[in-house]
Write a protein of this length. Sequence first.
Length: 198
Amino acid sequence: MGLWDKFVVLEGLDGSGTTTQLNRLASHCRNKATDCIRTFEPSDGFIGQAARAVLEKREKVHPLTLAQLFAADRREHVQLMTEELEAGKWVFCDRYLFSSLAYQSLQLDFETVLEMNREFPLPGYCLYLECSVETSSNRRDKRESIDLFEKEAFQRKVISLYEKAFTTLYPDGKDLYRINGEDSADTVFHNIIEILGL
Ligand code: TMP
């Protein structure tokens, strides 16, 4: 079994339900006494916080700088996650390099973003919550803050960039799991548990 086999990443549009599902997954594991940690990117380390300040429009930087911030945050985060995986835990992560490919490539060349993220290991499971722009946008309207990447036209492009990321990184489709994010939270959760065998 490889070190990254228990590294699970959830990806999807803003509003696709990744955070809800990760919270459920973590409490499900806790109830079953399965060792796990729930984490997210951008992380809450200081580089991740800098990236979030840009997303929330508190700071402004060049798109390339933002992509570098996400990659630098990821480098630190990967170190931390490595320790957890070495301790035998499941690591459930809300967003990872696929988000950089899907979002930063809106403003930068896809290959440039790919190169910045080449060094990072791929997860044992990449769970993609597929959701229409309409559904994710309706869900987002219920929230208070609108961040930099939440505009609807952007989200349509994000979907096609996610697809480009998946064909590039998963040419044979192995380790990539598409889940219907339009289903109820219970159904989505049931599907995730089944895929992970937890
Ligand atoms: P979230 O905290 O609600 O998941 O939002 C994080 C936002 O950050 C989301 O719009 C996607 C964006 N993002 C990037 O643009 N690049 C990245 O590498 C990551 C991890 C997130």
